[in-house]
Design a protein around this ligand. Structure first.
Ligand SMILES: [Zn+2]
Length: 338
């Protein structure tokens, strides 16, 4: 996929031919779940999908180039079509193969429970235990592990993907670290609101695969499974926040898919409201293992691009992280209370 990104940026005009060839050979097995051909070149020619990273949020304006497609145009709630922007969107792929564990091992941030920012609160909304009785599973994406294995992207599927992938990184922190910081802040806020909150991980090291994480949420019978990730892109100009939600291809549960979409929209809107970030839209994905194994409503927030220097700087700050958390909380309240 890295190779593909490079090709796309350097040989844009040749990409349709090159990429088609590549995909027939190099990553055929990864692309089987995305078999549909594009019929819609105008409205959402902006989406294509890379399927290696669990959390890859990928949409560019070169869909016909890729040979792999979104499953349907109506899967996109809103996507801004950025002419001229090349997006490989592989969260983590620019650093794949590097020794992530050394870098991550420091895990240098300090988390202080109970330090939520009252200043960011919506008046009145956080004073009550209004999320009492709701079970919320938070998954801080990625983690440090020595394990390596493939796992099927859906129950019964013979398509597999790596069970453990490193995330992307910014100048001063890895995605694994950022995800955990925000997840812990979110945990704290939701506990204050009375919710029954469970974390897939609370430290850098984590041997849970994406299937394990989904099954953890299933075991809790969570009312929502919220996955926290950040994006990366070879094009440093790419920025903004997106929300990934499951498509129905493997899940076969309309209600789960609808609930996830509703939660995804509400949360994304609120996060955008709080942060003022560019809204990249809600995108249905059929290729994410952590979605396909989920039996509870599930959403994956891509908090922004750590490869974009400006957004990366924001993502380093407590203030911005708190805004994201407040947006998620507001969105969850809307979801549960309406
Ligand atoms: Zn990620």
């Amino acid at each position: 996929m890295v190779l593909m990104g490079k090709i796309k940026s350097k040989f844009k005009a040749l990409v349709p031919i090159i990429v088609a060839g590549l995909f027939l050979t190099a990553c055929e097995s990864e692309c089987k779940s995305l078999e549909k051909e594009p019929e819609e070149k105008n409205s959402i020619s902006s989406e294509y999908i890379n399927v290696v990273d669990e959390a890859a949020s990928t949409f560019g304006n070169e869909k016909e180039d890729t040979g792999i497609k979104s499953t349907a145009k109506d899967e996109i709630e809103s996507v801004r079509n950025e002419t001229g922007v090349k997006e490989t969107g592989e969260d983590g792929h620019e650093i794949e193969g590097e020794d992530q564990s050394e870098q991550n091992g420091e895990s240098s941030f300090e988390y202080k429970p109970g330090t939520s920012e009252e200043g960011q609160s919506k008046p009145g909304s956080n004073k009550e235990r209004i999320l009492e009785d709701f079970i919320i599973c938070i998954d801080a994406g990625h983690g440090i592990t020595d394990l390596k294995k493939q796992e099927p992207i859906a129950p019964g599927s013979d398509i597999t993907k790596p069970a453990f992938v490193p995330g992307t990184r910014g100048a001063n922190q890895t995605e694994e670290q950022l995800n955990l910081k925000v997840a812990k802040k979110l945990e704290q806020r939701l506990i204050e609101l009375g919710a029954d909150v469970h974390m897939t991980r609370t430290e850098a090291r984590c041997d849970m695969s994406n299937i394990d994480r989904a099954e953890f949420a299933n075991g809790l019978n969570a009312d929502i499974f919220i996955r926290i990730h950040a994006d990366g892109n070879q094009d440093k100009s790419v920025h903004g926040i997106s929300m990934l939600v499951p498509a129905n291809d493997y899940i076969n549960d309309e209600e789960l898919v609808e609930k996830s979409m509703r939660a995804g929209k509400l949360i994304l809107d609120e996060v955008i409201k709080q942060t003022g970030a560019k809204k990249r839209g809600v995108i249905k994905r059929s290729d994410l293992t952590g979605f396909n194994w989920s039996k509870v409503p599930v959403v994956l927030l891509e908090m922004g691009f750590m490869t974009n220097p400006d957004e990366d700087k924001l993502l380093e700050t407590e203030e911005y992280q708190d805004k994201i958390v407040q947006g998620i909380v507001n969105g969850l309240i809307s979801y549960f209370k309406n």
